[in-house]
Design a protein around this ligand. Structure first.
Ligand SMILES: C[S@@+](CC[C@H](N)C(=O)[O-])C[C@H]1O[C@@H](n2cnc3c(N)ncnc32)[C@H](O)[C@@H]1O
Length: 405
């Protein structure tokens, strides 16, 4: 069966139509490719397929840079030119907002590219496996060792090679439970490697330093190995500036009261407090909370922000806190806002809401609820934090009349 690939799906596959009208998701397909297919899965309304032969390559098909491309689960799009990747992500955001969220973006949705489509990533998770450390295998079980990873910044890539060397020297015990490591890179290019998740016992093997310094918008932030930090080091300043601008629009400035959920180490909290705003920052992870408190104190803005520990959706006082604020800032994980958070925003959310999302699907689901509660989408912009992958970050602002009666 021969088809022409029309677009890229939000999951990374090429998308085409079969003669019977069904959509076919083609692994590795690039828009404009004419390919013959090998079917993998058939359903009533869609089909999954692999490429048997690329008969005519599309204009965006390029050579992948990494020798591990194809088996490594990290990058799905190294064979797609960067301009085609950006357009696919822009379309994915627009489609999700329109189809799932029922909202449309006024004007052209802009996507901010990564300053470099390689050597941008300061944070990654390595999995111990036979032959060293690597990443999960694409679409399969287990992990495969890698020696290079061109999306990492140079010091993180060196850390990957060194960790692999240490694992090989120690010898892999086949019965040992999989161990994972996280590399975190600071603004000075120093990378630290710390054990991931609960396996803290491995700390003895970690690099001596357990935190790095991240300099953004004039603030200096401590980030411990266990705390979240935005993955694309080259877009740190751009992201903070965009979030600050979104929060401060309409003459908001010193004295503005905010409620921030998912505050992390204070990546946005500290710059907001330094701009004269005051408010509440809610965060659930203990490591991020310790960094957040330290970062607020170091910047001498700890009196401006009340730090609240725990899961946002579990707080009974959330609606009351929203009611007393001018502005809410949320930056949830991929799962989006929990139902109780959406309900509290619907009940007594502040006039302005700034939402940073790493998943257009859950963002759109949440926007459907929020617009039903009277919020209107005022701006939207996408950021390409993860070139060579289908992931896309979206920043939206919403407003509603503080007193509709
Ligand atoms: C996408 S990160 C953003 C962190 C921070 N805004 C930044 O830019 O660095 C999400 C953060 O939310 C925290 N988090 C996850 N689930 C949460 C919840 N239910 N309530 C509060 N915080 C949560 C995570 O620990 C993490 O620090």
């Amino acid at each position: 069966m021969v088809v022409e690939i029309e677009s890229l799906s939000s999951g990374g596959d090429g998308v085409a139509r079969l003669p019977d009208g069904r959509v076919v998701f083609v692994e590795g397909g690039v828009p404009g490719d004419r390919v013959s297919l090998e079917l993998v899965l058939e359903r009533k309304r869609f089909v999954r397929a692999r490429i048997e032969t690329v008969l005519d390559p599309g204009p965006g098909r390029i050579e992948a840079r990494c020798p591990h491309f194809g088996t490594c689960g990290g990058c799905l799009w190294q064979h797609v030119s960067y301009d085609v990747q950006l357009e696919a992500k822009r379309r994915a955001v627009i489609d999700a907002l329109e189809r799932i969220g029922g909202v449309s973006v006024a004007g052209e949705l802009q996507i901010v590219p990564s300053p470099s489509p390689y050597a941008y990533r300061g944070r990654a998770r390595f999995v111990e496996c036979e032959g060293g450390v690597g990443y999960r295998v694409r679409g399969g079980e287990g992990a495969r060792a890698v020696e290079v990873c061109p999306v990492l910044v140079p010091s993180a890539e060196r850390a990957l090679a060194e960790r692999g060397e240490r694992v090989r020297e120690a010898g892999n015990a086949p019965t040992r439970r999989t161990r994972e490591w996280v590399v975190t890179t600071g603004s000075d290019g120093t990378s630290i490697v710390t054990p991931a998740g609960a396996r803290k016992k491995a700390r003895g093997d970690a690099t001596t330093a357990s935190s790095v310094l991240v300099e953004v918008a004039g603030a200096s932030l401590r980030v411990s190995g266990e705390s979240f930090v935005q993955g694309n080091l080259l877009l740190w300043d751009t992201l903070v500036e965009a979030v600050l601008e979104a929060c401060l629009v309409g003459g908001r400035g010193p004295g503005t009261r905010f409620v921030e959920l998912h505050a992390g180490v204070g990546f946005f909290t500290v710059p907001l407090a330094r701009a004269g705003l005051f408010g509440v920052a809610i965060e659930s992870a203990s490591s991020a909370l310790a960094d957040l408190r330290e970062n607020l104190a170091q910047s001498e803005v700890h009196r401006s922000v009340e730090v609240v520990a725990g899961r946002a959706e579990a707080r009974r006082d959330l609606a009351r806190r929203f009611a007393g604020a001018d502005l809410a800032l949320v930056d949830p994980p991929r799962t989006g806002l929990e139902k109780p958070v959406r309900s509290a925003l619907a009940e007594s959310g502040p006039p302005r809401l700034v939402y940073l999302s790493c998943d257009p699907g859950t963002l759109a689901r949440d926007l459907a609820d929020l617009t039903s509660a009277g919020y209107a989408l005022t701006t939207a912009c996408a950021f390409d934090l993860f070139p060579q992958t289908p992931h896309v970050e979206t920043l939206v602002t919403l407003e509603r009349d503080p007193d509709p009666r």
